[in-house]
Design a binder for this molecule. Structure first.
Ligand code: GLU
Length: 421
């Protein structure tokens, strides 16, 4: 069927949903309602560039379902983003929020732009204009924005300021991931990476695998990958032997000095030329034998051609949708040797702390970093235990278990509310 969402990432999200719907014996009327987003908004975002010309960027926001509360999800600024990709990511946000027990439907936003090619002033004008175009469609009880690839605290502050200027008073609860100075929460920036580390430790504990002294490979050295690298290297005593970013992949079997890599990126904007590791072909990174493999970049990187050759004990999916459905079938057959922490569980720390931030902003009552971290671990622990139990009880993969829990909760909410009118 031809529709506006036609895109490989959307096809992948639908294929996953189809498998779960089958497994749950979901009525087809409900299945169809969950397949397509409730709302999709496309806007033209005109931005005056520093040279005086005006560029039009394409902006999107997709709200997947409205049955459990407002929608929630990040906004990505990436050159190739399409409405289909945003719709897939919004759907994954729905299952992720439901699995963590958050009172949200999923959403996602995107602008087709390479933020690294904009000046700071252009980035600010783009961010503000995108938010301004979205004002009719969002709200603190309608749809709450957050960060994603290519966006950060600064962009969230501009979003919050633009929305607040329109309302005539501060509305910090319209966006999460904003700086603490304007009502953000402690621990949001670290939340996703911190959650990834927590879950890896839980998995290792189950497997009776000693992490200290073990090896880890991380694809992506952004907000999530770098926090995970710091945690595993300096608290967990692991050796980071492989690392990558947009400039390429790097390997050092003696262990990469994560602090030095971070300093290099701050100075040179990427890992290119980093002296503490050897450059290797990008496609080799995920095949590097290691104890823990963390794809923390883009979707679809583990596919039918490399899934059987991945050599790790724990696959911690920090990115959204890193494993295709075909690869998943291969990994399911390797469950005895490879423990998968599926994306909607593994990277849920970000949106969980976003939920904490939203609550704090709504109440103007703030928590300290320890409270945030403790509560984060409690929510993750519940979700982790539920996934492992379901997988064991029903003899299914961790991914199917995680998706089944998330999708089932949304399905039940829809059933209980009934169909209007
Ligand atoms: N972008 C993050 C994710 O994919 C979270 C967004 C948010 O905090 O709303 O889970």
């Amino acid at each position: 069927m031809q529709h506006i969402y036609s895109d490989p990432t959307f096809a992948m999200a639908c294929e996953q949903l189809d498998l779960v719907a089958d497994y749950l014996q979901m009525p087809s009327s409900l299945h169809n309602r969950l397949r397509f987003p409730k709302r999709a908004i496309t806007v033209a975002v005109p931005v005056r560039m520093d040279d005086g010309s005006v560029n039009i960027f394409h902006g999107y926001r997709v709200q997947h379902h409205l049955s459990m509360g407002p929608t929630k999800g990040g906004t990505r600024f990436t050159p190739g983003v399409t409405i289909g990709e945003v719709a897939a990511l919004a759907m994954w946000m729905s299952w992720k929020c439901a699995l963590a027990g958050l009172p949200y439907g999923g959403a996602k936003g995107g602008v087709t732009v390479d933020p690294l090619r904009l000046s700071p002033a252009e980035l600010e004008r783009l961010s503000r204009r995108y938010m301004q175009e979205m004002i009719p469609f969002i709200g603190p009880h309608v749809d709450i924005m957050g960060p994603d690839m290519g966006t950060n605290e600064r962009v969230m502050a501009w979003f919050m300021d633009t929305y607040s200027a329109y309302r005539g008073h501060s509305v910090p609860e319209i966006v999460t991931g904003k700086p603490v100075s304007v009502g953000g929460t402690h621990g949001r920036r670290e939340a996703t990476g911190r959650g990834v580390v927590y879950l890896i430790e839980r998995a290792a504990n189950l497997l009776k695998l000693e992490l200290a002294g073990g090896t880890v490979v991380i694809q992506g050295f952004g907000n999530v990958g770098s926090v995970a690298a710091y945690g595993l290297a300096y608290k967990g005593g692991m050796r980071v032997i492989g690392l990558s970013d947009i400039s390429g992949a790097y390997r050092n079997d003696a262990g990469i000095d994560v602090r030095a890599a971070d300093r290099h990126v701050r100075k040179h904007a990427s890992l290119a030329g980093f002296p503490g590791a050897e450059a290797i072909p990008a496609e080799e990174l995920l095949l590097t034998p290691c104890d823990v493999l963390i794809p923390a970049a883009v979707s679809g990187v583990i596919h039918r051609d490399n899934a059987s050759r991945i050599r790790c004990r724990i696959l911690a999916e920090a990115a959204n949708g890193p494993t295709t459905v075909e690869a998943d079938r291969i990994l399911a057959g390797r469950a005895h040797e490879l423990f998968v922490i599926p994306d909607i569980l593994c990277n849920a720390g970000g949106v969980i702390v976003s939920y904490f931030e939203w609550i704090q902003s709504l109440q103007s009552f703030f928590w300290n970093e320890t409270e945030v971290a403790d509560r984060l671990f409690r929510v993750l622990e519940q979700a982790f235990t539920a996934v492992i139990k379901r997988a064991r009880d029903e003899k299914i993969s961790h991914r199917l278990a995680a998706l089944a829990i998330g999708v089932e909760r949304v399905m039940n909410a829809k059933k209980d509310r009934g169909l209007f009118p």
